[in-house]
Design a protein around this ligand. Sequence first.
Ligand code: NAD
Ligand code: DAU
Length: 332
Amino acid sequence: MVGILVTGGAGFIGSNFAQLVLESSDDRVTVLDALTYAGNRASLAGLDASRFSLVEGSVCDPDLVDRLVAEHDVVVHFAAESHNDNSLRDPSPFIQTNLVGTYTLLEAVRRHGTRYHHISTDEVYGDLELDDPQRFTETTPYNPSSPYSSTKAGSDLLVRAWVRSFGVQATISNCSNNYGPYQHVEKFIPRQITNVIDGIRPKLYGAGANVRDWIHVTDHNRAVLRIIEAGRIGETYLIGADGESDNKSVIELILRLMGRPADAYDHVTDRAGHDMRYAIDSTKLRTELGWSPTFQDFESGLAATIDWYRDNEAWWRPMKQATEARYAAVGQ
Ligand code: NAD
Ligand code: DAU
């Protein structure tokens, strides 16, 4: 049995990852999570207590991190401040968690010789023009736009340096936009679904031409497991499912799936520095590691996600009002 330390495992992707590991293997999972506004114990409810535990604490705490790393075989580092809009309001926790937290983990895995997988984002590459035939690949130059994406880019570069200078046994993955259950209602898709449930009109930033490359969270996590299993040390793998769609189309699809008129939404103040388009070329992951997405149809994945938010109001209701108040304060 392998012991896996999952940082940020009370968040959206990390909680889905912990659940997938426990379902698909006999491995043991420890989640290290600071339970910030984005972390939620309820996302981990019902997991097999004989193989799962949650430790409340920060990835910036060197003593705690050292002790936990020493007790595990693999570290998967999801913990981050993850929301671009928040990083524009106050970058400071992003500097602390995304940079100092990653540094703290790298020093611990260096001391203990522990296998480390670093979860990152396609946003480190900046953005593409709408008509650019290119997509991001593992060799695209870094060009981040926001405080969030620049701290993620910095954390990736720390990992690369710790591999080269200190021989740390690490891999990195950069994934596109995830959707699925347990995503915080501050994010685009769950915000609009829960707005419609509450009778609030969905909010589209600017004209809504911006394109995101959507992937189901389970497909992201299946790729992470495959990289941990067979990825080459020191390598970066891009994860994407060919799911490009512009924001206006996504809002219209949510409205249609929820039985509302396609134009029943509002245009609101655009995000400062708003990246226009992300698009992933995942050829390396597919050819080298044999991964492919299982959720091929965005519309049915989105319909299942809508059902999940309808069925799990008790999970998201406590965070909805404060989230909308933060948006209202900046005209979004
Ligand atoms: P999230 O905001 O839902 O969860 C982040 C988790 O990290 C929360 O549980 C939070 O409590 C925890 N956390 C924050 N600061 C911490 C600290 N100092 N110590 C310990 N725990 C802390 O984020 P998410 O969407 O699940 O993203 C997880 C990772 O995946 C991030 O690294 C993010 O950059 C990356 N990523 C996200 C997406 C996406 O579409 N959401 C896409 C690509 C990559
Ligand atoms: O690409 C991967 C990234 O995807 C991850 O690294 C981030 O952690 C994750 O939050 C996500 O970043 P985005 O900024 O793309 O996601 P967000 O859900 O905030 O917004 C998606 C798009 O929708 C973006 O173009 C902004 C727009 N938007 C967002 C909100 C919240 C709206 O039009 N209206 C909204 O209310």
